[in-house]
Design a protein around this ligand. Structure first.
Ligand SMILES: Cc1cc2nc3c(=O)[nH]c(=O)nc-3n(C[C@H](O)[C@H](O)[C@H](O)COP(=O)(O)OP(=O)(O)OC[C@H]3O[C@@H](n4cnc5c(N)ncnc54)[C@H](O)[C@@H]3O)c2cc1C
Length: 465
């Protein structure tokens, strides 16, 4: 196995990872950044491949900000290793990777994880039909390849990304026939309250996205969620219903809308698989129903010399990710004795002040769009919950009926969560079903354990080494 050594190893070339790399390199650290994408920038600053002609203004300002961040990380001490997946770790301070030039073991004094997030999947009848996208997936196609879904598009879910993607699709010329938001704007603003003013710029961005949908006369249904997606071989319609405070559909309010594409977006889930693999302690957040790592003021996890920043820890957006990355990058340099601890703190004062200001805004957004009980009750007995392994709700309830008492038992009895996505799509649904059946809170059920490979890699590629 070939080995490469650096002072700092960063996983993820999004705003968090690139800022961490730039800060550590400025202090004199040799940094390797690994990302499975072919271009740096992460989710928000996703760059189109070389040679792809710029399309309509898909992400105008984001693209410029992304380029500035990438320039900042273009430092002689930063080695960017793209198209490379970090898939495992078998001893402290090392990470196994697989890229175009084969498998490697990367060794570093400090590890900074900035692995970002993915869409929260919700199992409902019809969600596996061709023509159903996650909003993040639809956006990735639009930003990365300038691909617009063909035919009529209906978006359903809640939260900032739903609004952003609906507006971007309209701006790119998609035929958006409606949006269903589980939270009405009035309720969202009431719940968010004055804390929203701490993120005034982001609030104005949200208002401009909403205004673009009003101008385009896109029908807006709220508070409403999709309860079923209809179609024989592909999407033909979506049925939505009004919901009460717990997001439980109100009988008699169902309405079916003909459409060719449904984009679902109920918020994001941090990619914590590497944290779990490395044994970092996680704690349960009641508002979001998600596990996040326990971190110090410098964003070091419970495992010494392993730092974690950005959306891979808690969903708080690109600006927060970049500030956290800077602080962790400086702390890493201090740990390596390239900076004094005082110098690391004084260089990060502005970032810490900004984080303090944005913390209230982040908490307000979490309260506004926190998923409710009713969302995880949409699957019927025959609905596939784990799509990698074709496991239905009835299979999971069958295992629980047969005496499965833990998430791990449900996993090993049904294979839910054992497929290529390693539970990224089904985990929260399986946890909810298990918790309900066992009469426990999700916190007591815990996240699935992570095992290498945490991301799909071909065994042949590893064997070739
Ligand atoms: C699908 C999606 C769409 C979004 N769209 C918007 C938007 O339009 N506007 C907005 O304001 N915010 C958006 N966000 C949120 C925004 O992207 C994030 O807040 C921001 O990018 C966080 O930065 P980050 O560095 O924490 O993570 P990211 O930018 O997500 O970067 C994480 C990087 O880690 C890499 N990675 C993860 N695991 C591995 C691994 N095992 N091996 C190698 N590489 C790995 C990923 O490829 C990715 O490039 C979106 C988020 C998602 C998930």
């Amino acid at each position: 196995m070939r080995e490469e050594t650096s002072d700092v190893l960063v996983i993820g070339a999004g705003p968090g990872g690139l800022s961490a790399a730039a800060a550590a390199a400025d202090a004199g650290a040799r940094v390797t950044v690994v990302d499975e994408n072919t271009a740096p920038g992460g989710q928000i600053y996703r760059q189109p491949p070389d040679g792809l002609v710029e399309g309509r203004a898909v992400a105008g300002r984001d693209r410029e900000r992304g380029r500035a961040l990438i320039r900042q990380a273009s430092h002689p001490l930063v080695k960017l290793t793209l198209d490379t997946t970090a898939w495992g770790s078998f001893e402290p301070g090392t990470v196994e990777t697989l890229g175009p030039d084969g498998a490697k073991r990367l060794r570093a004094g400090v590890l900074i994880l900035s692995t970002g997030a993915y869409d929260r999947s919700v199992a409902l009848p019809g969600w596996t039909l061709p023509g159903v996208f996650s909003v993040g997936g639809a956006q990735a196609l639009l930003k990365g390849q300038h691909i617009i879904p063909e035919g009529r598009v209906f978006l359903a879910g809640t939260g900032p990304l739903l609004l952003v993607v609906a507006s971007q699709l309209v701006g790119a010329g998609a035929d958006v026939v409606g949006v269903a938001d589980a939270v009405s704007t009035g309720r969202a603003l009431r719940v968010g309250g004055w804390d929203l003013l701490h993120g005034r710029g982001l609030l104005l961005d949200g208002a401009s996205y909403r205004a673009s949908l009003i101008r385009a006369r896109v029908p807006w249904h709220a508070p409403a969620i999709p309860i079923a997606i209809g179609g024989r071989d592909r999407v033909e319609s979506v049925t939505i219903a009004r919901v009460d405070e717990s997001w439980t559909p109100v009988p008699g309010t169902e309405r079916t809308v003909p459409t060719d594409v449904v984009c679902l977006g109920f918020g994001l889930v941090p990619s914590t698989e590497f944290l779990r693999l490395l044994g970092c302690q996680l704690s349960y957040q009641t508002t979001t129903g998600l596990f996040e790592p326990v971190r110090s003021e410098d964003f070091e996890t419970s495992v010494r010399n392993v730092f974690a920043v950005g959306d891979g820890t808690r969903i708080a957006g690109a600006i927060v990710a970049a500030h956290e990355g800077r602080i962790a990058g400086l702390a890493a340099a201090a740990r390596l004795n390239l900076l004094s601890p005082d110098e690391a703190v004084s260089r990060s004062v502005a970032a810490r002040q900004e984080l303090e200001r944005l913390a209230k805004f982040t908490a307000a957004i979490e309260r506004m769009y926190a998923p409710r009980e009713g969302l995880m009750s949409l699957a019927e007995a025959t609905t596939v919950v784990c799509r990698c392994e074709d496991v239905t709700r009835a299979d999971i309830e069958g295992a629980l009926g047969d005496g499965a008492m833990t998430l791990q038992q449900v996993k090993s009895w049904t294979r839910a969560g054992m497929g290529p996505c390693q539970g990224r799509m089904c985990e929260l649904n399986v946890v909810a079903l298990t918790a309900r059946r066992l009469g426990l809170v999700a916190e007591a059920i815990g996240p699935l354990s992570a095992r290498p490979p945490v991301k799909p890699v071909a065994l042949g590629d590893l064997a070739a080494e």
